[in-house]
Design a protein. Sequence first.
Lengths: 287, 416
Amino acid sequence: MGRSRRVLAPYLLILPGGLWLLLFFVIPMVTMLSLSLQQGDIVSGYAFTGHWQTYVDAVVNYRTQLVRSLIYGAVTTIVLIVVAFPVAYWIAFYGGRRKPTYLFLLLLPFFVSFVLRTISWRYILTDEGMLLGPLKSAGILPESFNILGTSVAVISGLVYNFLPFMVLPIYVALERIDPRVVEAARDLYADPPTAFRKVILPLALPGVFAGVLMTFVPASSDYVNSAVLGSSSTTMIGQVIQSQYLTSSNYPTASALSFTLMAVLLIGVFAYARALGTEDVMKVAAR
Amino acid sequence: MQSNLPDPSLIRGLTQRRLGRRDALRVSGLSAFAMALAACGVKGTGSTAPSAPAPDAVAKYWAGKTSNGKVDFANWPLYMDPKHPELKKFTAATGVKVNYQEVIQEMGPWFAKVQPQLAAGQSIGYDLMVITNGIQFKQFVSSGFLAPLDHAKLPNYKANADPSYANTAYDKGNVYSVPWTSGITGIAYDPKKITRPITKLTDLWDPAFKGKVGMFSDTQELANFGLMALGLNPDESTAEDWKKAAEKLKEQKNAGQVRNYYDQSYIDALGKGEVWITQAWSGDVFQKNVSDGTDFKFVIPQEGGTIWTDNFAIPITAQNPLDAIKLMDFFYEVENAATLAEFISYVCPVPAAQEQIKKDAAKLSGDDKAAMEAIASSPLVFPAPSDYAKLHYYVDFKTVAEQQQFQSIFEPIVLA
C-alpha cells in the first residue's frame, strides 16, 4: 500500500499539468499541423491532403512580413538591452532600501491591459495629438509629418510593452552578484570599467539571455502594436496570421505561417544560445 | 551452376533486423499520429453553389417557435441614434427587451468569427444581425447559416418597403434577408486640409495627398475603386480587369499615397487628421459632422461610386427568432423608418418615410428644420432613379473559385 502510493505519487503530481498541456498545447498543435496540410474552402470545408505546397506559397507570399517581423523583433531587443541594463543596474546597486518600490513602479503599468495602453499611445502620437499638434501649429513640423503608421512607432510600442521583461531578469542576475566579488576585482587593481567588463557583465549575461528569450520571441510575433500604431507598410507576420485566420478563414495558410514562424524563432534562439556559449538554453531561461 | 543457398527470403528473414516491440510501438505511434492529423479536417456545411431552399423550409423552421421576450441584435457602429429611441419604442410596445451590440465592423472578420459556432450548430449569441450583400453574404447563404424568413410575419415590410428590394441579385425574393439600409461608397475629405474641390476617384492618387489617403481593407470595397479608377464597371469585371485594378492600387500603395487600409475606423482617422481624404460610407460622414461638429465633405466621384445594401438576417441557430422577426418588421413602420433615416442619413428602404421626414421637419424650426429638410431631399437618403446611373454594384461571383481568385489578387495589397 505504502509502496504503491510512493510509486504513484510522481505520476499524480504531474497529472494536472500534464492534462492541461495535453488539452491546451498538444492537441491544438497537432490540429494546427493538420490544418496546415489541408485544402479546401470555408464553405465546403477543409480536408487533409498532405499539401506541403501551402508552406512554400505562404512563405513566398508573405516573406516581406516575415523578414520585417524578425528585424523589428531584433531591433526591439537591442534597444531593450540598451535601455533596460542601466535601469536594472541602478536598481540593483543603488536602489538601497527602496528597491521594492522601484520594482513596483516598473510593474505598475501592468495593472492596465497592454492593449489599452497601446491604444492610449495612439492618442498621444496621433497626427494632431498632444505631442505633434502643438509642434505643427508652431510651424516646427510640416503639416503632413506623422509618427503613427511608421516603423518607429511600432518599435517604440514594442519596446515600451516589453521593457519590464528585460529589466527584471537582468535585475535578478545583477542582484545575485556578491559585492565582495566586485571588491576583489578592485583590490586586484581593476579600474571600474574593467571590473564591469570582466566581472559584472559576464555574471549578468544569463539575465540578458533570459531577457532576450522573453522579449525577442513575443516581439517578433506580436500583432497588436503594429495593428494599433502601424499601417500597411509595417504589417507584421502576426497580423498576417491573424487576418488569415479571422478575416479570410484561410486556416491552412494561417497554420503554415504559424509553424514557419515557430521554426524560424526556434532556430534563431538556439543559434543565439550557441553563439553565446550557453549550454543549456532552457535551464537559463527557467531561472 | 546450381546455388546451394536456401531460399532468399529465408536469408532475408535471418539477416535483417526484425521489428521489435519498441519499433512496433514507434510505427503504430507514427501511424496514429498520421491518422490524428488526417482526422482533424474542418467540416464545411454547404455546397459551393447556392441553391434554393426546400419549399417547406419556412414552415419547418418556424414551426413551434415561441416568443421569449428578448432579442440579441448585432449591428455596425453608426447605424442608430446612440440613445436607441426606436428600440425603446419597440420594447414599450411589445415588452420584448433588446440587447443591441455594435459588434460588426467588417464582413470578413464577422463571418470568420461566427462561422465555427454556426457550423457546429451552436448559437452565436445573436438573433438578428445586419450583413452586407458581398462575398460573405453568399457564404452565409450557401453554408445554410441563415433562417428562411416567414413573410407572413413581415406585414409592414410587404406594405411599406420599396418593392425593388425583392428583386436583388444577392437574395431574390427576400428569402433570407430584408434590407436594413443601403449606402454609397464614395470619397470623404477634410476641406480644412484640402482646399480644392474633390471630384474624381483619381484624386486618391494625387501626390499632393501623399501618406494622407485612407482606403478600405475590405477587398471588395478596395477593388471596386481600383476598377472604377480605370473606368471599368465592377459588376461586369473579369479576372483580367482585377489584375489591372490590383496594379493600379499597388501603384498607389508603392508611391506611399496610402496611410493605411481601414475597417470602419477610417472615420476616426479622418477625425484625428491622420487621413485627409479617404474612401467612405455616405451616412458615416454626416453622423460624424453632426456628433462632433466637424465639416467633412462626402462626394460621389465622377467615375462613379458603389451602392451596397446591409441586410437584416436571422442566424439559423438564433435562440429568439420570433422576437427577432418582430423587431425586423417594426423597422418598416413608416414612422420608425423615418426616425432612423433622420439620424443615420443612409438610403432608406421605405419610400414613404420621405413624406414623414418632411412632416417631422415642419414641426421644427431654425437649423434643425433646415437639417431635417436637407435629409428629406438628399439624394444620398432618397436617391432618384437618375442618381443610380452613377452607382455600380459589387462584383457578383459565380463560383467559389472565382471569389478565391479575386481575394488572392487583392488581399496582398491590404496585408503587405
